[in-house]
Write a protein that binds this ligand. Structure first.
Ligand code: IPM
Ligand code: MG
Length: 355
C-alpha cells in the first residue's frame, strides 16, 4: 500500500526519536512492499520561533490531508515565560482539537526484561497489561478559561464541561476495545463531587448495556490512583476525563520502569490518527543522542495498526522491540552498565526486524 505520513518532530528530543522511528517504519515498509511518503512540518516551540504560531495553518492543513501523523514532543525552557503570548503546548492541544482526535489510547504493558526497573515489587508489576483511554478534546482542557479582577482579588477560572455525546463515543470505544482484550472496563470519575462526573457515570452505565459481554465498573479517580500502584494487574481498559487521564496515564506509564518506553495513539471518527510517545521533550538530554526511542518506535507500530490497518507489520515492530530488550539493549534511562545511544538502540531494533 501507499501512505502519506506527516512528521511533526517538534522540540527537544522530538527530532531524534522521530528520526529513529522513520528508520524502523522504512525497514518494515521495505520488507512488506509498502510505500511510505513523508513530509515534515513545524509544531510547538520551533513553530513559534519560525512563525509565531505553535500550530501554523500549513501544518494543520498537511495533517488533515495525511493518512497518519507521527509527533515527537513539544515544549522546553526556552518557551516557558509565563508572560509569553502563546506556548508550545497550545500547538498540541490545537491539533488534537483541529483533527477531532477525541480518544487517546495509552497502552501500558510490563516488559519481562524490565521488571527490575519498575518502582513496584516484581510480583505486582509482572503481567500488567492495561490500556488508559483518555478523553482528549473536552473536559477541563477545553472548558472556558479566564481571569478577572474581583473584590476578593484576582480570580482564575477553569471549567469542566462535557456534553453527553462526548462521553458516549469514548466509553463506546472503551467497550469495543475491551472486547478484543480482557473484556473489562473501569470508568473513572469523581461522581461523589462533580456534576460532570455524575453525567459521565450515567452515560457510561447506559453505553455498557450495549456490551453484555464486557464487565463495567465505576471507580472514583482518587481510589483509582491508589489501585494503580497497589493492584495494577487488576485493570484492563480504563476510560476517563481528559485531565484525570493525563494524570493517571503518567502514573501508569512509570509502572513499567521508564516513561521512555510507552507509545500513544490519538484517534477520531475516521482512520486518521496522531501517534506520539508519552514522554515529553526532555530538554536536559536533548541533542545528546542518548534518549530512548522505543516509546516513539512503538507509536509507529500503533500508527501501522490503527491508521493503515497493517496489523502484522505492527506486530513485527513490537516483537523486534521485545527481542532487542531480551538481547540486552538498554538506553541510559533503562539502566545497565553500558547504555546504548539512541541510534544504537534503533539499530538493535532494526537488527531484530531482519530476523
Ligand atoms: C500529554 C501532555 C500534554 C497534555 C501537554 C504537553 C499539553 O502532558 O500528552 O499527556 O497535558 O495533554
Ligand atoms: Mg501528560
Amino acid at each position: 500500500m501507499k501512505a502519506n505520513i506527516v512528521l511533526l518532530p517538534g522540540d527537544g528530543v522530538g527530532p531524534e526519536v522521530v528520526s529513529s522511528t522513520r528508520q524502523v517504519l522504512d525497514a518494515v515498509a521495505k520488507r512488506h512492499g509498502h510505500e511510505l511518503a513523508y513530509s515534515s512540518h513545524p509544531i510547538g516551540g520551533i513553530a513559534i520561533d519560525e512563525t509565531g504560531n505553535p500550530l501554523p495553518d500549513s501544518t494543520l492543513d498537511a495533517a488533515k490531508k495525511a493518512d497518519a501523523i507521527l509527533l515527537g514532543a513539544v515544549g522546553g525552557p526556552k518557551w516557558d515565560d509565563p508572560n509569553a503570548k502563546t506556548r508550545p503546548e497550545k500547538g498540541l492541544l490545537a491539533i488534537r482539537q483541529g483533527l477531532g482526535l477525541y480518544a487517546n489510547l495509552r497502552p501500558v504493558r510490563s516488559f519481562k526484561e524490565l521488571v527490575a526497573s519498575s518502582p513496584l515489587k516484581p510480583e505486582r508489576i509482572e503481567g500488567v497489561d492495561l490500556l488508559v483511554l483518555r478523553e482528549l478534546t473536552g473536559g477541563l482542557y477545553f472548558g472556558k478559561q479566564f481571569r478577572e479582577q474581583t473584590e476578593r482579588g484576582v480570580k482564575a477560572v477553569d471549567t469542566l464541561e462535557y456534553v453527553d455525546f462526548e462521553i458516549r463515543r469514548v466509553v463506546r470505544l472503551a467497550c469495543s476495545l475491551a472486547r478484543a482484550r480482557k473484556k473489562k472496563v473501569t470508568s473513572v470519575d469523581k461522581a461523589n463531587v462533580l456534576e460532570s462526573s455524575r453525567l459521565w457515570r450515567q452515560i457510561a452505565t447506559e453505553v455498557s448495556k450495549d456490551f453484555n459481554d464486557v464487565a463495567i465498573e465505576h471507580q472514583l479517580v482518587d481510589s483509582c490512583a491508589m489501585r494503580l500502584v497497589t493492584a495494577p494487574g487488576s485493570f484492563d481498559v480504563l476510560v476517563t476525563e481528559n485531565m484525570f487521564g493525563d494524570i493517571l496515564s503518567d502514573e501508569a506509564a512509570v509502572l513499567t520502569g521508564s516513561l521512555g518506553m510507552l507509545p500513544s495513539a490519538s484517534l477520531g471518527e475516521g482512520k486518521l490518527g496522531l501517534y506520539e510517545p508519552i514522554h515529553g521533550s526532555a530538554p536536559d538530554i536533548a541533542g545528546k543522542g542518548i534518549c530512548n526511542p522505543i516509546g516513539t518506535i512503538l507509536s509507529g507500530a500503533m500508527l501501522l495498526r490503527h491508521s493503515l490497518g497493517l496489523e502484522a507489520e505492527a506486530k513485527s515492530i513490537e516483537l523486534a522491540v521485545e527481542r532487542a530488550l531480551a538481547a540486552g539493549a538498554r538506553t541510559k534511562d533503562l539502566g545497565g552498565a553500558n547504555p546504548l545511544s539512541t541510534q544504537a538502540m534503533t539499530d538493535a531494533v532494526l537488527a531484530q526486524l531482519e530476523k
